[in-house]
Design a protein around this ligand. Structure first.
Ligand code: HEM
Ligand code: HEM
Length: 136
């Protein structure tokens, strides 16, 4: 596996662990702000999306029979996705402290840019391959 795949999968597992801690905390303390949206997005943008990104970077070029369009872009994506998600978590916390929406808006945009990086790389990579034929 490439370094970017391993790192995405490791990040996914770390966010899963953090999300579980927040989830269990909320079962005890009750659903609250900002823990709920942080829990939600550590699970959905961290655990699930990053696991998908890691596996997709490994497997989709192989299914297509071509190399990934840009390895460099996938590494930038890894960093920008993490900065975006951690920033969003901090943004939700700052909002709960009365600081306002601006940090959350900025890091949400960063997260959005990271998603576009993945989409561009994958649209440029995936190709129709020969149909799978089972051996008689
Ligand atoms: C140890 C496992 C988990 C625990 C203890 C846990 C706990 C919680 C709690 C206490 C809430 C607040 C519920 C409320 O608002 O009444 C919540 C919300 C939520 N959780 Fe989890 N959770 C867990 C795993 C997951 C996973 C694996 C996902 C998704 C992959 C997930 C997605 C969500 C979402 C989307 C919400 C917000 C739901 C809403 O808006 O009503 N959770 N979770
Ligand atoms: C660029 C990426 C994303 C941004 C900027 C974003 C932002 C937000 C914001 C600001 C909220 C409202 C939270 C609140 O104040 O209560 C929200 C809620 C929610 N988002 Fe996202 N989101 C993103 C991606 C996703 C993805 C990929 C999923 C699912 C796979 C998702 C699932 C949810 C759910 C279930 C809620 C409602 C539950 C909650 O409030 O905790 N989001 N999101």
């Amino acid at each position: 596996m490439s370094k970017v795949t391993v790192n995405f999968i490791k990040c996914a597992m770390i966010y899963f662990a953090l999300a579980m801690i927040l989830g269990v905390t909320m079962t005890i303390a009750g659903p609250n702000y900002p823990l709920r949206p942080i829990h939600t997005h550590f699970n959905l943008l961290g655990w699930m999306s990053m696991m998908i990104f890691g596996v997709a970077y490994h497997i989709l070029p192989r299914f297509s029979g071509v190399p990934l369009w840009s390895d460099k872009l996938s590494v930038v994506h890894l960093w920008v996705a993490n900065i975006g998600l951690i920033g969003m978590a901090i943004g939700w916390w700052l909002q709960s402290q009365g600081v306002g929406f601006v940090p959350l808006h900025i890091f949400s945009l960063v997260q959005g840019v990271s998603v576009v990086m993945f989409l561009v790389n994958m649209f440029k990579t995936i190709k129709v391959g020969p149909a799978f034929q089972a051996k008689p």
